[in-house]
Design a protein around this ligand. Structure first.
Ligand SMILES: [Fe+2]
Ligand SMILES: [Fe+2]
Length: 396
């Protein structure tokens, strides 16, 4: 059956542009284009839609208000915001009402891919308990404004590495942390960096962006009470998984974009643990104890919270507007078979990297380690690659 998609934007030119851009999707999608939130609600009243994609700034009722209303009336509709970076703060206010944030201008391919994958992902994020859980939390990691500035600057034609480095350099605390990490054994580089521009030039902008994102997310909760969760240990596990996921993707001949997405997703894959532990430390400790009695952690979390850390993490970074393959890798890293279509993607690398990283010696905490999804790897035809991936791990 055709997916039904509704586009809302108060600028007729934008709607016409979208219409033109998405003409090739007419066989798969039934699309409607309206110029106001009111018109969108009227249309939704007449027939259900699978996905709604709205602009943020609109007169009378803005995108956040519209999507909040849609969530209330039609919770099964996937809600996306397509908007400019300047509206980011406004967008982050609609936690719980928006599934994904897309930056304008958005090219046809990424828009198509995002809508397709987001509507598939929706099945796993549809869990009402997850939404209620996240909505109760008042301490959610925010997306750093530095990240947004870097993204914005980098999207401009002709931006030099020095300019990007200079923006990062203005944030002294962040620069210090980025350099500390870049100069550490983690990257295994033979040289030392003394400023942000050098690090950007050497590691590439995408890697630096992931570092800024994850350093910020973790450092916001440096001193927070996190029950049984050890933030230091989680950070070092995340770094290891990121590095390994990136190398697995490389080994499997993935595109540069997918390689970087695997790195980003590796860094953030367990961010849901942090969010759960910071907001609900006692319950998190309870889940940890359950896991120590033999239940795998995601199942234990599900028992306590009604959702696991992968669900929570995927949901959150979906709100940050990270690319869908990254959201998918985070959300499904313990259950990759739920991804559709089953293709080799950042999810595959992160799933494997996470399990393989646990094969290394860890301080025993009594909980069973995560396991590989053999069916998934077989379906993708990569079961025989495991030994090569373990080899990558051993090189570290
Ligand atoms: Fe995990
Ligand atoms: Fe993990």
């Amino acid at each position: 059956m055709k997916k039904r998609i509704l586009f809302v934007d108060d600028e007729p030119m934008v709607l016409q542009g979208l219409q033109r851009m998405l003409r090739s999707m007419r066989a798969e999608w039934e699309m409607e284009f309206v110029e106001s939130a009111e018109a969108a609600l009227q249309l939704l009243d007449q027939k259900p839609f699978d996905v709604i994609i709205s602009d943020m700034r609109m007169p009378r009722m803005n995108g956040a208000e519209l999507l909040a209303e849609v969530m209330k009336r039609y919770p099964a509709t996937v809600r996306l915001i397509l908007s400019g970076y300047a509206d980011k703060d406004l967008i982050l206010k609609c936690v719980g009402s928006t599934h994904q944030y897309l930056a304008k201008p958005c090219d046809a391919e990424s828009l198509k891919a995002t809508v397709a994958r987001a509507s598939n992902l929706e099945d796993s994020l549809r869990n009402e308990r997850l939404k209620t859980l996240v909505c109760q939390m008042d301490r959610l990691p925010s997306i750093p404004s530095l990240y947004m500035q870097v993204v914005e600057k980098a999207s401009r034609f002709n931006t030099s590495v020095e300019e990007i480095g200079a923006i990062i350099g203005l944030d002294i605390g962040m620069t210090a942390q980025v350099l500390k990490l870049t100069n550490s054994a983690f990257f295994g580089l033979s040289r030392q960096f003394s400023n942000a521009a050098e690090a950007v030039a050497y590691l590439g902008l995408d890697t630096i962006k992931s570092l800024v994102l994850s350093i910020h997310a973790f450092s916001q909760f440096d001193k927070a009470e996190t029950g049984a969760l050890k933030i230091e240990a989680l950070w070092s596990h995340s770094l290891q998984v990121a590095g390994l996921a990136k190398r697995i993707s490389k080994l499997e001949g993935q595109e540069p974009k997918a390689i970087e997405e695997a790195f980003t997703a590796g860094m953030l894959h367990d961010i849901g643990k942090l969010v759960l532990a910071v907001n609900l430390p006692n319950e998190y400790t309870e889940a940890t104890h359950l896991a120590q009695s033999g239940l795998e952690l995601p199942l234990a979390e599900h028992k306590v919270f009604g959702a696991n850390h992968a669900d929570v993490g995927g949901y959150l970074i979906g709100l940050w507007g990270l690319p869908v393959p990254v959201v998918e890798a985070v959300a499904l890293h313990h259950s990759p078979s739920r991804a559709t279509p089953p293709i080799f993607s950042p999810l595959t690398s992160v799933h494997a990297a996470n399990v393989l990283e646990w094969e290394r010696p860890h301080p025993a905490n009594g909980a069973p380690p995560p396991h590989l999804d053999d069916n998934y790897l077989r379906l993708l035809g990569v079961s025989s690659r495991l030994e090569a991936w373990r080899g990558v791990l051993a090189e570290n």
